[in-house]
Ligand binder design. Structure first.
Ligand code: G4P
Length: 509
């Protein structure tokens, strides 16, 4: 049985993801000082020009991989950008995890981005452990929070712990499994390791004792199978800032979260026990140094044991490449990986050979499916300030779409290329990187189109459709046909008139 747990944290900005990440890494011994995740992130961000945008806005567009170890379990935490203007990167990262922790603010409950990210998890039946954060502050009633999670997300909820008061009357968190109360200590009222049995030393106020009794009778018992199917979520209460509930959370991931899951491929399901190496690229990131055009492709290992120098064949290339200097991201410090196994992430430096969605395999006999592109929510026409730079622009747009920064659509008629993004921030990143890395000055203009749908159907059906709708057709960077719609009404209308075609809001590669 694998000792790997590969997971992500999903949350709305400000719920406490960064703080919780720090605490998880601290407990795993991966960093020594709280605050380092943010501090180092900032230092790293300062390194390159285009990332100044992130700095100014105080957010991180880039995701990374953090690995820590506890009690023989190796945890791979994949960071997803937490700001509101998230990109496809965020979604794609969720295709590379086996489970997720959903952090919600005890006072705010389920917020919009939590819900969006949750939907992506649900699409892929990714099981979720819920962490209700900030119970050291005033929050909603515990029942209200539990019921909101259950209703909003249509999940069975199981409280695994219970806060003994919140805010000014916060007295600790009762963990049901061990029947102990983690207690606040000192001026900071942090959890420093003291646990008492409920009773004399740690009295539970009557009203809370009653709540707990009600809860234990009213909610179902934890059921591992239901959780792993994504139908049930265990709910932990805590305070990342004051260290409550963090140890319980790590324990829950170790005990309940699934080890590496089998992945579907065109050749059937690939098990993690398979002996030879297979994996897929879920993210490509430009090097921090804009002078160098090299990139790092993040590969999620699906099977086998990777060894440095191994030859793997990328599905997009057809011939093997030797992976001499793979990177393991260890608490944000790069370390050269010697071996990696199913569930691990390795970074592979390359010059654009590896693309998001590519499968890598030792025997070149697998193609993973299910890594989606999402229909962009914002479309813009790209206009050049200097028209002689068309070639550079095309190269840049192709590169950046490979990285997943943007999507690009080349209309069948006319020469004005269209870029699509799911968040406004990506547009700023695009303009800034065009200038910094490709010396191309461009402006973004309103696009006549509002949304895009990937078209699927027989060649004949596609030809027929094209005869009447040429001005609404484009090709994506893979040359696949896309319907550019003026409105979502337009999509519905065309769908009705062309039942033999599918208009898809995602594209699986
Ligand atoms: P995010 O990554 O999800 O956006 O949230 P982050 O961890 O940055 O936390 C957002 C704010 O909430 C921070 O305060 C953080 O200190 C606070 N916070 C996180 N967890 C807890 C908790 O358990 N209890 C309480 N009371 N506060 C918590 P800030 O003032 O915005 O930032 P900072 O300057 O203190 O870092």
């Amino acid at each position: 049985m694998s000792n790997r747990r590969t997971f992500a944290i999903i949350s709305h900005p400000d719920a406490g993801k960064t703080t919780l990440t720090e605490k998880l890494l601290l407990q795993g011994g991966a960093i020594h000082l709280a605050g380092e995740v943010k501090a180092r992130g900032a230092a790293r961000r300062a390194r390159s020009d285009w990332m100044k945008i992130e700095q100014q806005r105080g957010i991180s567009v880039t995701s990374s991989v953090m690995t820590f170890q506890k009690d023989g379990i190796v945890f791979n935490l994949l960071d997803t950008p937490g700001h509101e203007d998230f990109s496809e990167d965020t979604y794609r990262t969720l295709t590379a995890v086996d489970s997720a922790i959903m952090v919600i603010d005890a006072a705010k409950g389920i917020e919009p981005q939590t819900r969006k990210l949750f939907e992506v998890c649900r699409m892929r039946s990714v099981p979720i452990i819920t962490f209700v954060n900030k119970v050291d502050r005033e929050g909603r009633s515990v029942f209200e929070t539990l019921d909101e999670v259950a209703d909003a997300l249509a999940l069975d909820v199981v409280p695994m712990s219970w806060p003994i008061g919140m805010g000014g009357v916060f007295q600790g968190v009762l963990d049901f499994a061990s029947n102990t109360i983690a207690r606040p200590e000192g001026d900071s009222r942090e959890f420093l390791g003291r646990r008492d049995a409920p009773g004399e030393g740690a009295p539970v106020p009557d009203d809370i004792a009653e709540e707990i009794e009600l809860a234990q009778a009213g909610y179902p018992e934890f059921d591992l199978t239901a959780y792993r199917h994504g139908d049930m979520t265990p709910v932990y209460f805590g305070s990342a800032l004051k260290n409550f509930g963090v140890a319980e959370l790590i324990d829950a991931i170790a005990r309940f979260a699934p080890p590496p899951r089998p992945q579907s491929s065109e050749q059937g399901t690939i098990d993690p026990e398979r002996a030879d190496v297979t994996g897929f690229i879920f993210k490509v990131q430009a090097n921090m140094d804009p002078q160098h055009r090299d990139r790092i492709a993040f590969m999620r290992m699906v099977s086998g044991t990777f060894k440095r120098g191994m030859k793997l064949t990328p599905s997009g290339l057809g011939k093997p490449i030797a992976v001499h200097s793979p990177i393991l991201f260890f608490a944000q410090d790069r370390e050269i990986a010697d071996t990696a196994e199913a569930g691990d992430i390795i970074g592979i430096p390359n010059h654009g050979t590896l693309r998001v969605g590519d499968t890598l395999s030792e025997r070149n006999d697998v193609r993973f499916t299910g890594l989606p592109n999402f229909a962009p929510e914002i479309l813009r026409r790209v206009a050049l300030k200097d028209p002689t730079k068309t070639k550079q622009l095309r190269k840049a747009l192709d590169d950046l779409s490979e990285e997943g920064v943007i999507q690009v659509f080349y209309p069948e008629i006319g020469s004005q290329w269209i870029v699509g993004v799911v968040g406004q921030l990506q547009l700023d990143v695009l303009i800034s990187r065009l200038e910094a890395e490709y010396k191309v000055e461009a402006v973004l203009e309103p696009s006549p189109f509002d949304t895009a749908r990937w078209l699927k159907g027989t060649d004949a059906a596609l030809r027929d459709f094209a005869d009447f709708n040429k001005s609404n057709l484009a090709k994506d960077r893979d040359g696949d046909p896309v319907f550019m719609a003026r409105s979502s009404w337009d999509v519905g209308y065309q769908q009705e008139r062309n039942p033999e075609l599918t208009f898809s809001a995602t594209k699986e590669r």
